[in-house]
Design a protein around this ligand. Structure first.
Ligand SMILES: Cc1cc2nc3c(=O)[nH]c(=O)nc-3n(C[C@H](O)[C@H](O)[C@H](O)COP(=O)(O)OP(=O)(O)OC[C@H]3O[C@@H](n4cnc5c(N)ncnc54)[C@H](O)[C@@H]3O)c2cc1C
Length: 361
């Protein structure tokens, strides 16, 4: 039985470890902090790319595969972990109608339900909406998960099936004669037959020591959450790259910024002001709702938003699954399955070519 080491315990590392363990591999996951506390904690959990028609087919393929399986995945995780990831099919209402024709034909080609909404009907759909739009697009099938709970469910679901080592950081990838041997950590050397790097925004930092690394860089995203009475806002609403996500218990998220500020995870007064204004313009009730929290996370940014999934071209046994940028939750299940297929020599669920190391240059 091959010994596999997964580096990074975000959603991508946990999903990958789960896939590998399900196939019978002996898996160890190392996480330098605690699992599910970085980007996978900070995100919104929308189970669709924003404006999905703007993305490359390779990204859509990962998203569609995952979307078709999310309800079952959440059910399995809840049964295995006792934690409800709050997978809700709240639907997505897009208030920028400018690309309506292109969006509708894209949806038809991808068999995704998308309905044009006339301005007069908007208030019937979302009575609390304060924004008057020239029309909207309604995607009733789009869902969401609640990130911290999703990550906790994943973590608990793999406990006992894999070894999880927290507070252990891979500082060096050990390679001999073009083959991975394991990694060095402050606690010692961990040997493995195969290693898969799922280190999110820190992936390039780790792989750069080998000369060739995926072009993954941190992209900060700030979000805020308000507390309201449940049942006042029903749908995920998107307008000019800002979105509102209603959780089941009345928490309402507003996101998010897109900032290239290195590994700095601090929040800013400027973003707070912008998000607050955007939230109040979309739903005036949020101006009178308590603001509970404001935070930032580091997305693993990639040049075209397409994750790197595959084998290192120079190092046998070394794989990566990283760079999911704005869509790691929605694409994660397919991405984990694909990398596991490649590592285990199974027929892949998708053609891996677009996710290779040099495909995005
Ligand atoms: C504000 C915001 C909103 C978002 N909204 C959405 C959304 O609505 N839908 C969606 O699909 N996606 C969304 N995303 C994107 C999504 O959250 C990410 O793509 C996804 O979480 C990436 O998962 P990951 O496991 O690769 O990274 P992370 O969750 O960052 O995990 C990487 C892990 O690797 C660990 N690590 C790093 N280096 C090492 C090392 N050397 N040794 C050991 N461990 C290491 C880190 O500590 C970390 O825990 C959002 C992101 C942000 C920030």
């Amino acid at each position: 039985m091959s010994r596999i080491l997964v580096i990074g315990g975000g959603a991508i590392g946990l999903l990958t470890a789960r896939e590998l363990a399900t196939a019978g591999a002996q898996v160890t996951l190392i996480e330098r902090g605690e699992t599910g506390r970085e980007s996978s904690w900070a995100g919104g959990g929308i189970l669709s790319p924003l404006y999905p028609w703007r993305y490359a087919e390779s990204l859509t393929a990962l998203a569609s595969w995952s979307q078709a399986r999310y309800t079952d995945l959440c059910q399995e995780l809840q049964t295995a972990s006792g934690v409800d990831p709050e997978c809700l099919s709240s639907g997505l209402l897009i208030l920028d109608p400018e690309e309506r024709t292109a969006a509708l034909s894209w949806a038809k080609a991808h068999q995704l339900r998308m309905e044009p909404i006339e301005p007069a009907d908007l208030a019937k759909l979302e009575p609390a909406l304060g924004h008057t739009a020239d029309g909207a697009l309604w995607l009733p099938e789009i869902g969401q998960v609640r990130n911290p709970r999703f990550a906790r469910a994943l973590r608990r679901a793999v406990e006992g099936r894999i070894e999880v080592r927290e507070h252990e950081e891979a500082s060096e990838l050990l390679v001999t004669a073009g083959r991975i041997q394991g990694v060095r950590t402050r606690q010692g050397i961990l040997e493995a037959d195969q290693v898969v790097v799922c280190a999110g925004a820190w992936t390039a930092t780790l792989l750069e020591q080998l000369g060739e690394a995926p072009a993954v860089e941190p992209v900060r995203g700030q979000m805020m959450v308000f507390l309201t009475q449940p049942g006042q806002i029903h749908r995920i609403v998107l307008y000019r790259d800002r979105y509102i996500i209603p959780r089941r218990d009345g928490h309402i998220l507003i996101g998010s910024t897109l900032e290239y500020t290195g590994f700095d995870k601090s929040t800013t007064a400027e973003a707070k002001e912008q998000l607050y204004r955007a939230a109040g313009a979309l739903f005036p009730l949020l101006r009178h709702s308590p603001l509970e929290h404001h935070w930032a996370g580091l997305r693993p940014g990639s040049p075209q938003g397409i994750p790197y999934i595959g084998v290192h071209p120079q190092v046998e046994g070394l794989y990566f699954n990283a760079g999911h940028f704005r869509n790691g939750v929605v694409t994660g299940p397919a991405s984990a399955r694909l990398v596991a297929d490649l590592m285990l020599n199974r027929p892949p669920i998708l053609d891996p070519t677009p996710y290779a190391l040099h495909a995005q240059r």
